[in-house]
Design a protein around this ligand. Structure first.
Ligand code: PGA
Length: 260
């Protein structure tokens, strides 16, 4: 961590936890976190859409300073888009962060860089913060094209976004080969790619945006790997999948700074 960038640790629950389980998970997490955690780190949870109203109610009524996030949204404001959810609907539920372009959306649901770019702009227009994901496949890493791939995704995803808005958003670097595999990137490898992402932002959007944009690492983050990852100067947080489903594990990741 450098400068004034506050770390952001986000739990991406993916398609797990019904709304009863979601309430329990958030309550349990709140018992495990302390004022010291909230002072040092921003925390968000990203439940499925069906859980959102329930989680919002618990966070509000128990005054839990955890941000509510979504895993995706559509880019249009309203209309004939069966099955989709509009950004303004999320904002109305006090959602403040929306994951955009997760590799599962890209790989399993055909999301392109152009779609990701539209969603980033729509999320910003609705007054929320995008967490825009990028990351290379194993083949791309082995072919030595990681940097070019990730730079291309970041450029395309942020195309046309004004520098002041780039400054406020979050980029998540998630190597696809590390997601859900237990194979975490080394802190040095993750740092090198995150530094490259910041350089792309510097080139395209200027120093102020590059110094403010928060860059998370994601991919098999666990309590044991979080401290070394979070120590890297260009890693400002973590996007946590599997380990965020267990409040105890997630709380230990959030408390990364107390280790070592
Ligand atoms: P994982 O998922 O922590 O289970 O690897 C990370 C993610 O996909 O955001």
């Amino acid at each position: 961590m450098t400068g004034e960038r506050r770390p952001l640790i986000s739990g991406n629950w993916k398609m797990n936890h019904n709304h009863f389980e979601a309430i329990q998970a958030v309550q349990k997490l709140s018992y495990l976190l302390s004022a010291n955690d909230y002072d040092a780190v921003d925390v968000s949870v990203h439940p499925p859409f069906t859980d959102m109203r329930s989680v919002q109610t618990v966070l509000q009524s128990d005054e839990i300073p955890v941000a509510l996030g979504a895993q995706d949204c559509h880019w249009e404001a309203a209309g004939a888009f069966t099955g989709e959810v509009a950004p303004a609907m999320l904002a109305k539920l006090d959602v403040s962060l929306v994951i955009v372009g997760h590799s599962e959306r890209r790989q399993l649901f055909g999301e392109t860089d152009e779609v990701v770019n539209k969603k980033v702009k729509a999320v910003l227009a609705a007054g929320m913060t995008p967490i825009m994901c990028c990351g290379e496949t194993l083949e791309e890493r082995e072919a030595g094209t990681t940097e070019a791939r990730v730079a291309g995704q970041v450029r395309a995803g942020l195309a046309g976004v004004p520098p002041e808005q780039v400054a406020s958003l979050v980029v998540a670097y998630e190597p696809i080969w590390a997601i859900g595999t237990g194979r975490v990137a080394t802190p040095e490898d993750a740092q090198a790619v995150c530094l490259g992402i910041r350089q792309v932002v510097r080139d395209d959007s200027g120093n102020a945006a590059a110094d403010s944009v928060r860059i998370q690492y994601g991919g098999s983050v666990k309590p044991v790997s979080a401290p070394d990852l979070m120590r890297q100067p260009d890693i400002d947080g973590a996007l946590v999948g599997g380990a965020s489903l267990d409040p105890e594990e997630f709380a230990r990741i959030i408390a990364y700074r107390l280790v070592g």
